[in-house]
Ligand binder design. Structure first.
Ligand code: B4P
Length: 186
């Protein structure tokens, strides 16, 4: 299965997509993790991405796509994957669809995790990653509204979008996700 997770920062994309990938025995691919690793290693992409991430802005599409395409071509991705944090713009979604069409492999599911603003802020401030300062979090949430939300219509029109209530415990949210995936497999 090929599944994408969409949601604002703090919605639980990382938390849930790791679990789902483990349950389905397919790779979990997080563009956030790939970009952070590139920054840590000081690769050319990492050096360019760092400034965007530290200020809460989306990294330019071409850089993110380059880093992800390399990973998607690896052997373990040929039977499916869970994408966490990609696509984040309509241009990234179109690029992914083109890539999937070339291989005759459609996207099976787009999961939107919904959580209200106040709870997102609380979760991220408590987590305290480098980019989890209040100013940067607000910028990331604004970028989500401006650039990522239009993706929901994109996937709705393609009939693959499922909305998940992300307010409860990670276990309860995961059960909701598994129910959607099981229904899809029937
Ligand atoms: P990401 O790494 O994707 O980070 P994120 O949006 O903050 O979400 P994350 O998945 O980590 O957090 P989660 O909600 O699971 O992106 C970081 C940056 O990388 C972006 O700002 C951007 O600059 C760049 N980037 C990444 N992908 C890109 C792309 N495609 N295009 C352009 N730029 C890109 O969890 C947050 C916290 O909530 C955790 O502490 C977790 O434990 C907690 N939590 C989760 N679910 C919970 C629950 N049900 N109950 C209680 N707590 C919960």
């Amino acid at each position: 299965m090929r599944i994408v997770f969409i949601g604002p920062p703090g919605a639980g994309k990382g938390t849930q997509s790791v679990r789902l990938a483990e349950r389905l025995s397919i790779p979990h691919l997080s563009t956030g993790d790939l970009l952070r690793e590139a920054c840590r290693l000081g690769t050319p992409i990492g050096k360019q991405a760092d400034e965007f991430m530290q200020t809460g802005r989306l990294v330019p599409d071409d850089l993110v796509q380059e880093i992800l395409v390399e990973r998607l071509e690896e052997e373990d991705c040929q039977n499916g994957y869970v994408l966490d944090g990609f696509p984040r713009t309509v241009a990234q979604a179109e690029n992914l669809d083109e890539m999937l069409a070339e291989h005759g492999m459609p996207l099976n599911l787009a999961m939107e995790i919904r959580v209200e603003y106040g709870l997102l802020l609380r979760r991220l401030v408590e987590r305290g990653r480098d980019d989890d300062t209040l100013d940067v979090i607000k910028k990331r949430l604004q970028q989500y509204n401006d650039l990522t939300k239009p993706l929901l219509d994109y996937y709705q029109q393609r009939d693959v979008l499922h909305v998940i209530d992300g307010h409860d415990s990670p276990e309860e949210v995961f059960e909701r996700i598994v129910t959607v995936v099981e229904n899809q497999r029937i």
